[in-house]
Design a protein around this ligand. Sequence first.
Ligand SMILES: [Zn+2]
Length: 138
Amino acid sequence: MADEYKAPLPNPTPDSKPFWDGLKAHELRIQRCKDCGDAYFYPRDVCPGCLSGNVEWFTASGRGKLHTFSIVYRPLKYPPLQAPYVLAMVELEEGPRMMSNLVGIEPDPAKIRCEMPVVIEYADVTAEVTLPRFRPAS
Ligand SMILES: [Zn+2]
């Protein structure tokens, strides 16, 4: 099953490798500034809030809420995301927003609501790569 994943895979950089390593361990690791305290995503070595280089990695809760979404009806060129699927902007409990997919719910605009609580799901798409997806929190 995992070998069948044909969609593009991430190519971790030194800045993003802890994020991808965390997902493989089924942990959502993001960064936080040790000077101003802001958590942020995507990975980078300078705080986007105060430009401090005094930053650290930590494990986020994996919980958040749906900030916004779009239902995509046009199929992708590759599996496994068959259309329709839900492209989601999730606002993490810690503050940062990240783009992902919403799964575990029918891609129906009448059923999906902004602000709905979501929780991360770890999709082990290959032996080396795990991708973050979100589903409605129960
Ligand atoms: Zn800062």
